[in-house]
Ligand binder design. Structure first.
Ligand SMILES: *Cc1c(COP(=O)(O)O)cnc(C)c1O
Length: 382
């Protein structure tokens, strides 16, 4: 092995189909598999548990994250939920105060009801995590960079805290993608992805994934995977395998365009504040340089003195950027976090972490940079 990222993105987990020589992994559209005698099969029994198209994708994801075992899910939230199933009533979780809205919702609205306690702290301050660790702590769940204010958590520092306390560290690596950051190398036990975003990359599939290094942990996660059934279909797995073949090309283009958009917006008179970890004055810049290979394609801005209506007017006036939820696709998207992606977080709490009414999040796509800058200019000059 020992291949580089670009080679792995195109080949890992995949080999020519033994029956036909098909170079691309076939879509094994089957729920079940013939057995020669009861229990005598080729490693596949029923597709809730395993399917060859999905298996190819899982192996590819495991290699890209420098892990050993991958699991693909029907959504990012199904992947997150499967990690939470490792817990039992009385267990405690320490997590971030500016999480993806859906993660906040599943923690507080679903799993708190089952007797699991969540502590929300500023993940960029490891001492805040340390202060919440006690004998009931089982899991630390972090996201870095965060959504939408792009705060950084030092994965190696949090990994050390987790290791010292004997608790699991899970990292939601959706915003960075495996091209920019590999949490398992920095001490994480579990990497989670919303594959829907950069990994899929074309805004045509909803899918999630987990990657781990330890077989014992994989076996426990696989048990809940198979028992509960958040499995994706083979067509979607095929589409993601196809998307991953250009992950390195797309990510570099997202990073390059992201940098140009951030630099253009930084001095724009209508921009009061800008979040992009590539700026030296971004509070997480040093950590980003240390644990990421580039700064990504996400940029958030606060519009100077804009009311909710004025912010809506700007958000609705783009021609190349599309106003939509989600991120990480080849096309550029504009999002209004306060009412769209983060609508499920109470107003006081979201404002505390910077999700104000005049914040706009930009997922910079890979279109022509001149067209993107011109579209930003016409929308902001309105
Ligand atoms: C989208 C997203 C999720 C949830 O993933 P789905 O595929 O939408 O279920 C989790 N974390 C982050 C950071 C996300 O952006």
């Amino acid at each position: 092995m020992g291949y580089k990222f670009a080679t792995n993105a195109i080949h890992a987990g995949q080999s020519a189909d033994p029956t036909t020589g098909a170079v691309m992994t076939p879509i094994y559209q089957t729920s079940t598999y013939q057995q020669a005698a009861p229990g005598d099969h080729k490693g596949y029994e029923y597709s809730r548990g395993t399917n060859p198209t999905r298996r190819a994708l899982e192996e590819c994801l495991a290699v890209l994250e420098n892990g050993k075992y991958g699991l693909a899910f029907s959504s990012g939230m199904a992947a997150t939920e499967t990690v939470l199933k490792l817990l039992k009533p009385g267990d405690e979780v320490i997590t971030g105060d500016d999480l993806y809205g859906g993660s906040y919702r599943i923690f507080t609205k679903v799993y708190e009801r089952y007797g699991i306690r969540f502590h929300f702290v500023d993940m960029s301050q490891p001492e805040q995590i340390e202060s919440k660790i006690n004998g009931n702590t089982r899991l630390i769940w972090i996201e870095t960079p965060t959504n939408p204010t792009l705060k950084l958590a030092d994965i190696a520092a949090v990994g050390q805290l987790a290791k010292d306390a004997g608790v699991l560290l899970a990292v939601d690596n959706t915003f960075a993608s495996p091209y920019l950051q590999n949490p398992l190398d920095l001490g994480a036990d579990i990497v989670m992805h919303s594959v829907t975003k950069y990994i899929g990359g074309h805004s045509d599939v909803v899918m999630g994934a987990l990657v781990v290094k330890e077989q014992e942990l994989y076996d426990r996660l696989f048990f809940y995977y198979n028992a509960c059934g958040g499995t994706p279909g083979p067509q979607d797995c095929f589409l993601v395998l196809r998307g991953i073949k250009t992950l390195h090309l797309r990510m570099q283009a997202h990073c390059n365009n992201g940098r140009e958009v951030a630099e253009y917006l930084k001095t724009h008179p209508r921009v009061e504040k800008i979040y992009w970890p590539g700026f030296e004055d971004h509070p997480g810049h040093a950590i980003a340089k240390q644990q990421m290979r580039d700064f990504g394609g996400m940029v958030s801005i606060v519009l100077k003195g804009a009311s909710l209506q004025e912010t809506f007017d700007v958000a609705s006036s783009f021609k190349v950027f599309t106003l939509a939820e989600s991120l990480g696709g080849v096309e550029s998207l504009i999002n209004h976090p306060a009412t769209m992606t983060h609508g499920s977080i109470p107003k006081a709490l979201r404002e505390q972490v910077g999700v104000v009414d005049n914040l706009i999040r930009i997922s910079v796509g890979v279109e022509d940079i001149g067209d993107l800058l011109a579209d930003l200019e016409q929308a902001l000059d309105r």
